[in-house]
Design a protein around this ligand. Structure first.
Ligand code: SF4
Length: 171
């Protein structure tokens, strides 16, 4: 399950645990991924499942509006039906191991308006913090790690930082 990072000055949770906000990636002149990282979605659907752990998919107000419109629901109806609050943040309500919008085990039913947290997988700051995390639980969850096109370090950091900013700027 994707679990992104909205609460931007305090702390937030991820698929793999609870953590505090990371130091901006750009403070490290030569990160462990300086040669770049390969990733290509293999449509496993694994990142949309909890794997028995808690999961948080955070929604900005803008995303709430977009997804509600996409589902042809009123904003309040969408919030009531699909969302919960966590420490002042709106999150998708996950009542089963799968994201409620996961279809046929590997397809996102709201793909055109999926949250930034989902769209930026796997290049999240917390996934990039150390190589053992990337090579361990992240790769273990996602068969797309190490495959496909090479994202250079700048691209990787740009995605991670833009995602942080996305949540910081819209809450
Ligand atoms: S919203 Fe879509 S991409 Fe995100 S976890 Fe759910 S099914 Fe997966």
């Amino acid at each position: 399950m994707h679990n992104r990072t909205p609460q931007h000055t305090a702390s937030f949770r991820t698929q793999f645990g609870y953590r505090t906000r990371s130091i901006p990636l750009t403070t490290n002149p030569k990160p462990w991924y300086h040669k770049g990282l390969r990733f290509e979605c293999q449509r496993s659907g694994n990142c949309c499942k909890t794997h028995g752990e808690y999961a948080y998919i955070y929604l900005t107000p803008h995303e709430v509006v977009s997804i509600a419109r996409f589902l042809k629901l009123g904003e309040d109806e969408f919030l009531q039906k699909h969302c919960a609050e966590d420490e002042g943040h709106t999150i998708l309500r996950i009542d089963s191991p799968d994201c409620p919008f996961l279809e046929n085990g590997n397809s996102c039913g709201i793909y055109p308006v999926r949250p930034q947290q989902c769209a930026s997988w796997p290049f999240w700051q917390d996934n990039l913090e150390d190589q053992s995390r990337w090579e361990g639980p992240v790769k273990g969850c996602c068969p797309g790690i190490g495959r496909g096109p090479l994202f250079d370090a700048g691209q990787v950091e740009r995605i991670a930082e833009e995602t942080e900013e996305w949540y910081e700027g819209d809450t």
